[in-house]
Design a protein around this ligand. Structure first.
Ligand code: HEC
Ligand code: HEC
Ligand code: HEC
Ligand code: HEC
Length: 362
């Protein structure tokens, strides 16, 4: 179990709404920080702006050693509220993180030896903030996919930048010596540490993850059920549904045997096996791109109910084919690079070379 001193709120945390977040904050054993998130009307902060921690305080033989006082604050980029609901968006405002940080550093440095800032923002914004605001010893960055394999030291201010990898895959670790007299970090050694199978699993967290995944597939099933019911309603009202449905690749063999055989030897045909190797075959955030039609009604659901739509099959690129199966003169989509880009995103894939890569699909 990890120990936390503070959490910096970022874009993802706002998705479930501010009410939910306030409650979670009240239940947590550590503060949720958001120095530049204010009520639009009153301009008052909605969460704690900073926390001050004292480390190494002790008294020996009646003499008190005061310890090191560390001020920790958190800010987010001004567009961190973009995934908020409409109601929340109207209620709140993100102030400029740079001037907010400037004010905080001035305030904290009166009583603190060391200042740690946190920023939910991209690298260029973090660099801009820390090169403009003097006095931040360590700045922890979150909220973007770019990895920082080693801490970066800013020339102008000496601030050390550190970050973790996205989705909790790696945590940033730093061991530093802080010289209280000089008020600066004199030595530091940092790296990214993988959160992988080498670390012992926490049973409690494992159970939570399993439960969340189960709920995830239940919700997907419920949405599918509703769409199906709507469809049947439409049928009942005598509105024929002209939408084609997903079939799977087996049915195509009859007339496109050679294409199917060639496809079978591509990575697309083994995309689910790739996930299974990592026990991720039930994780909706992965299955979306490693199966056929997952985000569409009638598409892949799970291993049991729709095994014929596992992997990236014909219809992932050509679209649902039931009608073409009935009548081959009903044409299917000729895929363009746009189709590939739905899955081959910048974060997930090398850039595709359309002329070459389209020849590799079958
Ligand atoms: C439904 C999502 C999806 C779509 C659409 C898709 N791909 Fe893929 N692609 C994947 C996945 C997932 C893998 C990796 C499979 C594995 O290794 O398990 C992959 C792998 C590949 C590979 C092999 C890996 C490599 O880098 O050489 C190529 C080539 C490729 N895709 C090209 C394309 C092209 C071209 C298109 C569009 C015509 C396309 N893909 C459309 C999901 C998709
Ligand atoms: C946005 C679509 C998308 C999502 C979401 C996605 N993948 Fe993939 N994945 C791809 C594509 C595209 C490739 C092929 C990339 C390439 O080879 O350049 C791929 C390749 C892979 C590979 C093999 C190549 C590699 O990078 O080692 C693994 C393993 C993998 N994905 C695991 C996962 C896991 C686990 C998840 C969920 C946490 C996931 N993917 C979610 C699209 C996606
Ligand atoms: C990853 C995406 C992708 C998958 C999966 C895929 N195709 Fe294609 N298919 C394409 C592209 C791209 C073209 C060529 C479009 C072009 O030339 O502009 C194509 C072309 C075709 C053609 C036209 C003739 C030809 O060979 O060029 C047929 C037939 C075809 N695909 C059938 C299939 C069948 C059957 C499957 C499943 C076994 C399948 N495709 C799977 C992307 C895909
Ligand atoms: C009963 C035979 C038959 C079956 C089964 C069949 N096709 Fe076809 N398909 C054809 C014929 C014939 C053409 C050529 C149409 C033309 O050129 O006029 C064709 C053409 C295509 C094309 C090229 C684009 C187009 O529409 O001209 C794609 C892509 C394609 N089929 C995909 C599939 C997929 C995917 C499946 C399986 C879900 C499938 N086909 C099943 C007979 C079939």
């Amino acid at each position: 179990m990890m120990h936390y001193d503070a959490l910096n709120l970022g874009r993802r945390e706002f998705t479930y709404g501010l009410d939910y977040l306030q409650k979670a904050s009240n239940n947590a054993k550590f503060p949720f920080l958001a120095a530049n998130l204010v009520d639009r009307k009153t301009q008052q902060p909605l969460f704690q702006r900073y926390v001050i921690k004292t480390f190494g305080e002790k008294s020996t033989l009646g003499i008190k050693h005061s310890g090191v006082r560390v001020g920790i604050f958190g800010v987010a980029s001004m567009d961190a509220g973009r995934s908020m609901g409409i109601d929340d968006k109207e209620k709140v405002e993100f102030l400029d993180p740079i001037s907010t940080a400037e004010g905080l550093v001035a305030e904290l440095s009166r009583t603190c030896d060391m200042i740690i800032g946190m920023g939910n923002m991209d690298m260029s914004e973090a660099r801009k903030l820390t090169s403009q605001v003097k006095g931040i010893h360590l700045f922890l960055i979150s909220g973007n996919m770019r990895r920082l394999y080693q801490p970066e030291i800013l020339q102008d201010t000496g601030t050390i930048l550190l970050k973790a990898a996205a989705r909790g895959k790696k945590v940033g670790e730093i061991v530093a010596t802080f010289d209280v007299k000089q008020q600066k970090i004199t030595t530091q050694d940092g790296k990214l540490v993988s959160i992988d199978d080498k670390l012992a699993q926490d049973k409690e967290i494992e159970a939570l993850v399993r439960e969340a995944k189960r709920k995830g597939s239940e919700i997907t099933r419920e949405i599918r059920r509703k769409t199906q019911a709507q469809k049947e309603n439409a049928d009942a009202r005598d509105l024929p549904d002209f939408r084609p449905t997903y079939i799977g690749a087996e049915a195509c063999s009859k007339c496109h045997k050679d294409v199917v055989e060639r496809w079978r030897n591509t990575k697309h045909a083994h995309a689910m096996a790739t996930l299974a190797k990592m026990s991720k075959q039930n994780d909706p955030s992965c299955v979306r791109c490693h199966s056929t039609g997952y985000t569409d009604s009638g598409g892949y659901l799970n291993e049991k109910e729709t095994p014929q739509l596992a992997d990236v099959r014909c219809e992932a690129c050509h679209g649902p084919a039931s009608m073409h199966l009935d009548n081959s003169r009903i044409r299917l989509r000729k895929p363009t690079l746009q189709v590939c880009k739905a899955c081959h995103t910048v974060a997930r894939s090398r850039p595709l070379d359309w002329q070459k890569d389209k020849l590799l699909v079958h």
